[in-house]
Design a binder for this molecule. Sequence first.
Ligand code: ZN
Length: 109
Amino acid sequence: MKNDCLFCKIVKGETDTQFLYEDDTLVVFKDKYPHRPVHLLIVPKKHIRSVNDLQTEHENIVARMILKARDIAKEVNVDQEGYKLLFNVERGGGQVIFHLHLHLLSGQK
Ligand SMILES: [Zn+2]
């Protein structure tokens, strides 16, 4: 965990961000700067910088992120229409916040 990490603050409830979902492992909330009509972030509570930093011990976290994304897609009714799950990795991959997160995107730009 890093003191200057925005997502660490968010997952600890230190901001006014509203969670669509929360459990012991992860939270889900709306991206503040949506690229699509539906743009949600699935964020683990544990601070992991990026996909590059994933260790074998994190495999449950990653699996739960993807399965939760699937469940949330169904909840917000985009599962049949279709959606995109995206990990941006490091600056060249478009990552802006260096705390692992999965984007769930759906709908036209
Ligand atoms: Zn963090």
